[in-house]
Ligand binder design. Sequence first.
Ligand code: ZN
Length: 337
Amino acid sequence: MDSPVRPKKELCELHFHLGQSVEPHILWSIAHEQGIKLPSKDYWEFYDLVTLNKKEVAWEDYHKLFHLTELIQSSPVSMERTVYEVIGGAYRNSNITLLEPSFNPMFRNRSGERDLDQIILAALRGMEKALAEFPQVRAGLMLLLDRRLPLEKNAIIVSKAIKYCDRGVVGIDIAGPFGDGFRYEDYSKLYTEARAAGLKTTVHTGEDGTVEEMDHVLDVLPLDRLNHGFRAYTDKKVMAKVVKKNLTMCLCPTSNLSVKFIRDIEHLKEVIQTLWKNGVKFCINTDNPSMLRTNLKKELALMTDNDILTDKQVDQTVQWAFEASFVPTAPDKNLYL
Ligand SMILES: [Zn+2]
């Protein structure tokens, strides 16, 4: 339910995926609008398919959950509504006034059947429509590359991000399970080109991989931020490297707990407090809010309710999120309107 009063605290969210951020009833509506044949004609069965109703899931099965939502979002009309609904929903539900939704356009073109430009333009239209309705909000889109895609396909995504850099695409990211032959060093050039064109860069690392993998990523990719990266907590040298490079980690507690990369609340406490003590800047995010039945307010409450962070520390992480955003700042006005 939407809050009936204006919340006091403005929040910023930098790490969440559009595929798993649309409320099930809206996805259901989009699917019907698109004439998509769903695996079930029963709304509650559909709800179970697109949300994680068990507390835990295997890492391999986690990504299978994304397939149906990506299929439903695979048209310009559905992308426009998706982005529009997500931005408005984030403002109404959690008072998020700065956000960077991410998506992989290549997973929304029905294996090449749809035009990538039309998909990206529709997402930008959805963003503009939402920002016109909620002028308090600023936003920028992140385009995701995927570790399962070949370099040539990921290079196309980077070229599209560059093409729409002045229209509201603010950065690139790499996500997804490791595919055959994926090597971070192969992406150094693409990341350098993206930055030279005015985009910002982040990457999913230190999540399913090891701290050694993360250390390597920090050496080979030019980065402005990190997604996850929590595995650094076991290695002081890696944490020092993150601090030296002035990278903010976009952590996702419930997401990591759901696949057991973080075992339990005690483990989460150890991770977060170690990062804090070592001067690592981080912010709290949802990753896949509708799928995980969470939101940013709940994620922040998880920190304070379990004495992981104090209210003051949480405020500091929110401040770090605002500072680490890739959306260009313009006082009292949205740059894309
Ligand atoms: Zn993520």
